[in-house]
Design a protein around this ligand. Structure first.
Ligand code: FDA
Length: 440
């Protein structure tokens, strides 16, 4: 018996955010029409139930992507898992149409994601964090399958393909540590809910991107007596470019262009179009914050303070708050601000996959910067001895471009990964190529 004979899954997905949820839907739709050729899939999610950045589900915050780029529509416009069928089932389709928006609130989109996740829940182990992939070495010395091991030691299954969709990790500046009153924006709502006392009536928000601006807006609105200090090193918030030509960088076709481009062109494209996503803010939100600052100047009661060209350089814990040292432009005197909480909205970084890959890491091909090398179908290039497929959803910006960690392309990417997996299975079983697999 070889290792591939003992596999009880075609695919196990690690993480069940929107990316692997889109894949679960693609598998579900495939299985619906596949007869005997079904894909045996399971997913592991460390959260106890489905949740998409719950700590930032601020009321009023809207999506940064068209609702048509939902979990399925771009791959299958007739899917029952699209945003429109969701609206129809919730009895809001007509009201949504009258609303004339492409950008629903994040709260509504979260409800949509939960609705979709509930329909494929039998394939998901919630409350299950994956610790490692354990290779199953066959008689011929190759690894055609792996065991997926949870942190509690349970083996979730033996699979021929793994899809890592673990998302990004919150990033804090060097030397900053999370504490009772120092948070990353990712945890905003849960932390605010447990904040014991607000004595100083002041919050400091570090960052100049969308999350930072949203946190500033939210705290200013919900803490009417507090001063909100927005600290960042830029001169002002810069608007996100979501104009139609720039938006094409998120098109499915742009992934081909990016993937095929030489490294120097990839770097140039990332630099040119970083302002579609990084350190930028929706223009409506910028206008709203400016309107509030100006209104406060008129009233003479300013409590929304934009501290531009500034940096938090020191944070000191106090019994009832934190003291932050903020250095402004030039060599002027630093300011010491006592606050109830300091929120770092300083972005996210790709997760380090080495611990999960475990012994497999050494068999994965990396570039001179240590980044995993991938084929166009999001499969990690590996030593020939590793025949089990390892696919990445996210963390592929260096190879597949800016849409890698976003929702824009998740439906199409899920279809591409499923197609790759099915093509591999057909090849292994000596079956002819299936023309249906050409459908994205
Ligand atoms: P995501 O991070 O959503 O999910 C990964 C999952 O893996 C998590 O549920 C995590 O718990 C789980 N996990 C991690 N390690 C695990 C392990 N070892 N075992 C088991 N489970 C594990 N993009 C966009 O296109 N439009 C938008 O409007 C927004 N808006 C937005 C708002 C905010 C506040 C943030 C922070 C981000 C966005 N984004 C976005 C970008 C965001 O990355 C994107 O929407 C998706 O969350 C990406 O989905 P993923 O499934 O790749 O990661």
């Amino acid at each position: 018996m070889t290792s591939s004979d003992v596999a009880d899954h075609d695919l196990i997905g690690v993480g069940f955010g929107p990316a692997n949820l889109a894949l679960a839907i693609a598998v579900h739709e495939h299985n619906h029409t596949a007869g005997q050729e079904t894909v045996r899939a399971a997913f592991a999610e460390r959260q106890p139930r489905f949740g998409w950045h719950r700590g930032m589900l601020l009321d009023g915050a809207t999506m940064q992507v068209s609702f048509l780029k939902d979990l399925a529509t771009m791959r299958n416009p007739t899917s029952a898992f699209g945003f429109l069928p969701y609206l129809h089932e919730r009895g809001r389709l007509v009201d949504f149409i009258n609303h004339k928006t492409m950008f629903p609130t994040r709260l509504e989109f979260h409800d949509y994601l939960e609705w979709a996740a509930a329909q494929v829940r039998h394939d998901v182990h919630y409350g299950t964090a994956v610790r490692a992939l354990r290779p199953l070495v066959g008689r011929d010395g190759t690894i055609a399958a792996v065991e997926v091991v949870a942190t509690d030691g349970r083996i979730l299954g033996r699979t021929r393909n793994v899809v890592l969709g673990v998302g990004l990790q919150p990033h804090l500046p060097e030397g900053v540590h999370v504490s009772e009153r120092v948070w990353h924006s990712n945890d905003l709502l849960s932390r605010l809910g447990t904040l014991s006392r607000t004595r100083h009536d002041r919050f400091l928000v570090v960052g100049a991107g969308q999350s930072a601006a949203e946190v500033v807006e939210y705290l200013h609105r919900t803490h009417p007596h507090a001063e909100i200090c927005a600290v960042h090193s830029r001169y002002g918030y810069s608007p996100a470019d979501d104009s139609p030509f720039a938006n094409r960088i998120f098109d499915p076709g742009a992934v081909d262009h990016f993937y095929d481009a030489p490294d120097s062109v990839k770097q140039t494209l990332l630099a040119y179009h970083g302002n579609t996503n990084y350190a930028v803010v929706d223009i409506d939100l910028i206008d709203e914050l400016y309107r509030r600052v100006y209104a406060e100047r008129v009233s003479g009661r300013g409590r929304l303070r934009i501290m531009n060209m500034s940096r938090v350089v020191e944070v000191q814990r106090l019994p009832d708050g934190v003291r932050a040292r903020v250095d402004g432009p030039g060599a002027g005197e630093p300011e010491f601000l006592h606050c109830d909480a300091l929120i770092f909205a300083t972005g996210y970084r790709p997760a380090d996959l080495t611990p999960i890959l475990g012994d497999l890491a050494g068999l994965c091909v990396t570039d001179d910067q240590g980044r995993l090398q991938l084929t166009r179908d999001y499969r990690v290039r590996t030593d020939p001895a590793l025949r089990c497929g390892i696919y990445l959803q996210g963390g592929t910006e260096h190879s597949h471009g800016l849409s890698s960690s976003l929702l824009s392309n998740s439906a199409i990417r899920a279809g591409e990964i499923l197609r790759s997996l099915l093509t591999g299975r057909n090849r292994r079983e000596g079956k002819p190529a299936d023309p249906r697999l050409a459908v994205r």
